[in-house]
Ligand binder design. Structure first.
Ligand code: AMP
Length: 413
């Protein structure tokens, strides 16, 4: 009986795990350079954390289960709600703004396909405590700079859910969310049918006009004609800031984002190639959630990268780390271990034999894993305080004093 991994999950072998680690490192370093600090929350939470705002419908997409005491729990499908729960529980008296980032696995019961998994990773940030355009500007610039530093070829679209909210302010919550969901899914026929069936056909034209608006800041004037009493100053200030910082973006008022908690600016980034249909690599925006979890009403803004999708298209390679095998003749195993311990100061990979193989087989293993050097600890040389250093790439070897080994390898590698 061979046990396979569960549907929608993946294994990562060392090459891939290292590549992913390199990408993660770039994200972490840039987020930290903006003053964001890492937080970590539980892998599972109370199911209600995720249903409070998004409704029971979301349970279909969640790994929800009862534990042995009958508690309704869920594997986290995303990190924004958990981070805001943590904020309300632990950090609400800390000086604002708070800048948090996370890198963690998420779980969704989806139909797996390229770029869509049941276990996937998100890297994201939350900037808590400000509703200024400067907060939106900071997180957008941060997301943009990370994607640029990873050499990704992407487009960035920015919208504002406040426009549709204002347009539909007289529509009740339930219908409003239905409409937003259809806009999110780009189901315009369904939307027309729904508006007609609910006696809301009066909204069809203005919704259609608004969500078709895409382009530069000139579309703000068009939007103003559709929703004259909306205050566009936040969006205009944001656009000014983005231009000043030379961020390439499009305005797009059809972005509403799947989750219902966004209240203001929203944005999405798409990879231009390499991902097919699942090409959204980043989503974010400003939202209000903390009051739903028992805190005060604190404005926040953030984004999440689809880490797996980025890893799939990102071409940066981690720095290769050379391997050194410290081999030994019979009886010299523990001497080899001692020498290996000293060589580990080099921050390379220093391996020793754990199979009790003969020297020839140890060296053949060193070749098979592409080791750069072999240090051979043999009785005769060792008695003179020496070992053999073999350069496996050049096929040359020298007998060298043990005391000089570290310096020599340091020079060579
Ligand atoms: P969301 O929390 O839905 O806004 O997702 C944020 C980002 O996570 C998206 O832009 C995707 O790149 C990524 N993502 C969402 N769901 C999945 C999934 N099932 N598999 C892989 N990546 C995903």
């Amino acid at each position: 009986l061979k046990i396979e991994k569960p549907r929608g999950t993946r294994d990562f072998l060392p090459d891939e795990a290292e590549r992913r680690r390199g990408i993660e490192q770039v994200m972490r370093e840039i987020a930290e350079s903006y003053g964001y600090r890492e937080v970590s929350t539980p892998t599972f939470e109370h199911l209600t954390l995720f249903t409070i705002k998004s409704g029971e419908d979301i349970v279909k997409e969640i790994y929800a289960f009862k534990d042995k005491s009958g508690r309704e729990l869920a594997l986290r499908p995303e990190l924004t709600a958990p981070v805001m729960r943590m904020f309300v529980n632990e950090c609400s008296v800390m000086p604002k703004p708070l800048r948090f980032y996370y890198f963690a696995n998420c779980f969704r019961y989806e139909n797996p396909q390229k770029g869509r998994y049941r276990e996937f990773w998100q890297f994201g940030v939350e900037l808590i405590g400000s509703d200024s355009y400067l907060a939106d500007l900071e997180v957008i610039v941060l997301a943009y700079n990370i994607m640029r530093n990873l050499n990704l070829d992407f487009i960035l679209n920015i919208g504002h859910v406040g426009l549709l909210r204002k347009l539909l302010e007289d529509v009740d919550e339930v219908r409003y969310h239905r409409i937003m969901r259809m806009i999110d899914k780009k189901d315009l026929q369904g939307l027309e049918r729904y508006l007609n069936s609910e006696g809301l056909e009066g909204y069809l034209e203005s919704i259609n006009e608004l969500i078709r608006l895409k382009g530069g800041t000139e579309i703000i004037d068009h939007a103003r004609e559709i929703i004259p009493d909306f205050d566009f100053s936040h969006l205009q200030n944001l656009c000014k800031g983005l231009e000043k910082l030379q961020i390439d973006y499009n305005l797009d008022f059809s972005i509403v984002r799947g989750l219902d908690y966004y209240t203001g600016v929203v944005f999405e980034a798409f990879a231009k190639k390499g991902l097919g249909a699942q090409n959204q690599i980043c989503g974010g925006g400003s939202y209000r959630l903390s009051h739903l979890f028992g805190g005060s009403d604190v404005p926040s803004t953030g984004f999440a990268f689809g880490f797996d999708r980025i890893a799939e298209i990102c071409e940066i390679e981690p720095r290769a780390i050379e391997s050194i095998l410290v081999a030994s003749t019979a009886g010299m195993e523990l001497k080899a271990l001692e020498i290996a311990e000293k060589l580990r100061k080099l921050s390379k990979r220093v391996l020793t034999d754990v199979m009790e193989r003969n020297l020839k087989k140890q060296l053949s293993f060193a070749n098979s894993i592409g080791a750069r050097f072999a240090v051979i600890v043999a009785e005769k040389e060792f008695k003179e305080g020496k070992v053999i250093l073999r350069d496996l790439e050049k096929g040359e070897q020298v007998v060298i004093r043990i005391g000089d080994l570290l310096k020599r390898l340091n020079r060579e590698l």
